[in-house]
Write a protein that binds this ligand. Sequence first.
Ligand code: GLU
Length: 539
Amino acid sequence: MDYNYLADLLYPNIKTLPADIEAKYPKRDLPEGAKVTRFAPSPTGFVHFGGLFPTRVSERLAHQSGGVFYLRIEDTDNKREVKGAVENLLETYKYYKIEFDEGPEGDYGPYRQTERVEIYQTFTKELIRLGKAYPCFCTSDELKEIRERQKELKLNFGYYGEWAKWRGADIETIKQKLNEKIPFVLRFKSDGNANNKIKFNDLIKGDIELTENEFDHVLLKSNGVPTYHLAHVVDDHLMWTTHVVRGEQWLPSLAFHIQLFNAFGYKMPKYLHNAELLKNDPNSNSRKKLSKRDNAASLAFYQKTGYAVDSIVEYIMTLLNSNYEEWRTANPDKPYTDFPFSVKKMSPSGCLFDFDKLNDVSKNTISRMTAEEVYTQTLEWAEIYDVEFADKLKQDREYALKILSIGRGGNKPRKDLTVWSDVKPYISLFYDDYFKIEAEIPNSDDFKTTLEKFIQTFDINDSSEVWFNKIKNVAAEIGYASEMKEYKKAPENYRGHVGDVSMFIRIAVTGKINSPDMYDVMQILGENRVVNRIKEILK
Ligand code: GLU
């Protein structure tokens, strides 16, 4: 068979050669060891939490090594394409601070596969010339029939070996079909044998064994558009990808991809097949894959609840590398990008998603923010999800900042906030129209006497020391221990202790049994409101 003739017969309009195209994709000018990675989504749905993982791995590998991280949109399957998916993708990744150096704009594009169809045809035409690809004119009925027969004979399904009826077709038969305008797909001529195994090193999974591919998979569909297999090989070659991070669902196709790289004679990138996120399943007491329907998977859920973007970024780092948390504790103020991310520390079998852990990480993350950051991000959240609260925050910015400053900074910042929706209940005590007594009011004379005595001497200008001494005095006057230590030594000598007295005051002034530092709270509320709230409860 004259393969050059066949190639021109099938793709007469493709005049360029791979070398012409390669010339437009010169070797990248990068420092030694720099990695080139990509995020290559198919726009077949909206981004979910699990999608942020491999992307972050790619981003870290590239940026940590002074390399390039680019976005490539793999939109060759228009049947599965979801409208708005690309826009959602771009917005979501920007929101979660995953920034691409290239794509959709850049020097190694176009970055949308549907804009690269001629490129794929050029490379496939070369495979035809090399005798490694051929046209197949089977109709879907014929393929169905093959499948039926394979089923009866209990054989592997697919187009391979003796079932690959167009593999050895002569040029006249092919010409005849072309003349009849019968559509064809272009198939790879596999030289693999399913009885053979190949060894492969995956950077996450380690050494793995694969079965050689014996199938003559489709490279170009009948409309001339490539399949993922062909397209990613050509693109990763042209765009100089060094590391491919992708879902482990691609492992079964890996042997075929290896064949394709070899058929073209290209150097393969390194591969990292990433396991899906797992969750604890209380019903079966085991781990299950996180489903797209789980709240944990839905980015809309995180946004609505008000998880800080930084919390999500932190949590992903925690899940990706088991030593991240330790590093964070030692380096509370460093950006996460200073962490030496390592593929070796990734779990080959998948990480466990856990809300308790996420909440813990979130609390720590917000506790490290300035009052200004908390204010701005809460406001951004509230503008969408609680407009009335947003207005309240905007009415007096300085006042809100004062409240949010309580307990910030220092080595042990307060950890009251997990998500932005916590801010309103946390600061409601400072706003008279939100304030309400939530705690149970103690039904005792001691409660009333405490409050009466407290307001008699209360002076907003007191230092915190003087203020607290006055509380201790109240305690002593009503038969409560003014020092915890004394109380512990002989509780039978007292009606209670200074902590109980403080609690009485806290309930009256804040309406809660938990609140930030009472002295700070009173300073912000001011003398009148403190006295009025106490008087109100004494009525
Ligand atoms: N387009 C493929 C997908 O969305 C990407 C796989 C890859 O990264 O190579 O699953």
